[in-house]
Design a binder for this molecule. Structure first.
Ligand SMILES: [Zn+2]
Length: 238
């Protein structure tokens, strides 16, 4: 597996729910922002069902999760966050969802896009990859190629003044198998601090902290560093 050393100047993270971006690529994005990159977040649902508590309304939960996601993005160093008004658990692959991703790619013009690996249904650790993750990943993979770059796709966006945009690199987290790794030893604690912002998601944050750190450490050990994240990379560079 190759180490990803060069970093993109403009990064877009496309995630299904508040907290997925931090779990998926928080260490890498924080590292590259420290090195001078600009990062943007597109969250495809408002996370309004992501609670086991019966006594909070979906509207109130969406407000809480919006605040938490913006705080977490600030810890990572992301410059802007857009949260789509789509409901948790209701994402399906559609021309419309894909168009939302194309729109924000054309607005922010990233060099690299991070998202969920849509091809994984059962993760290597034996968990189910949530349906919203798969829908988000699939829409983003297709937005990456060919829809964002084609001037004839989503022509209403072009009519508004947005331009076609070619993203150079796509990074999939939760990938099976990954093919690049990033040393995040200097930003592992920043990732954990960002995860801590999602207080409504973790009754016992200590368990989440240990889980996240153990995962980073196990991957790091494979590559001779303290902590690492891995991805599958697709590149449009020759
Ligand atoms: Zn999620």
């Amino acid at each position: 597996m190759e180490e990803q050393v060069e970093f993109p100047q403009r990064i877009l993270v496309v995630a299904a729910h508040p907290d997925d971006a931090e779990f998926g690529c928080g260490g890498t994005v924080a590292k590259w922002v420290k090195q001078g990159a600009t990062a943007f977040y597109l969250i495809c649902t408002n996370g309004d069902k992501g609670s086991d508590e019966a006594n909070i309304s979906s509207e109130d939960l969406a407000r809480v999760r919006d605040t938490e996601q913006r705080a977490a993005a600030a810890v990572i160093g992301a410059s802007e966050v857009t949260i789509l008004p789509r409901r948790d658990g209701e994402l399906v692959y559609s021309i419309d969802l894909r168009g939302d991703v194309v729109r924000w790619i054309r607005v922010w013009k990233p060099e690299a896009v991070f998202t969920h690996d849509p091809s994984v249904i059962i993760t290597p650790t034996g968990r189910i990859n949530h349906a919203d993750h798969r829908a988000t990943g699939a829409a983003t993979v297709d937005a990456y190629y060919p829809f964002s770059r084609s001037p004839l796709q989503y022509p209403e966006q072009i009519a508004e003044g947005l331009e076609p945009h070619t993203v150079m690199d796509l990074y999939l987290w939760g990938a099976n198998p990954p093919d690049v790794w990033v040393d995040v030893s200097d930003t592992a604690d920043q990732k954990v601090a960002a995860l801590r912002c999602h207080a409504s998601q973790f009754g016992d944050f200590e368990r989440t902290r240990v889980f996240a750190k153990d995962r980073l450490k196990a991957v790091g050990e494979e590559h001779g560093v303290a902590y690492a994240e891995t991805f599958r990379r697709v590149s449009a560079r020759g």
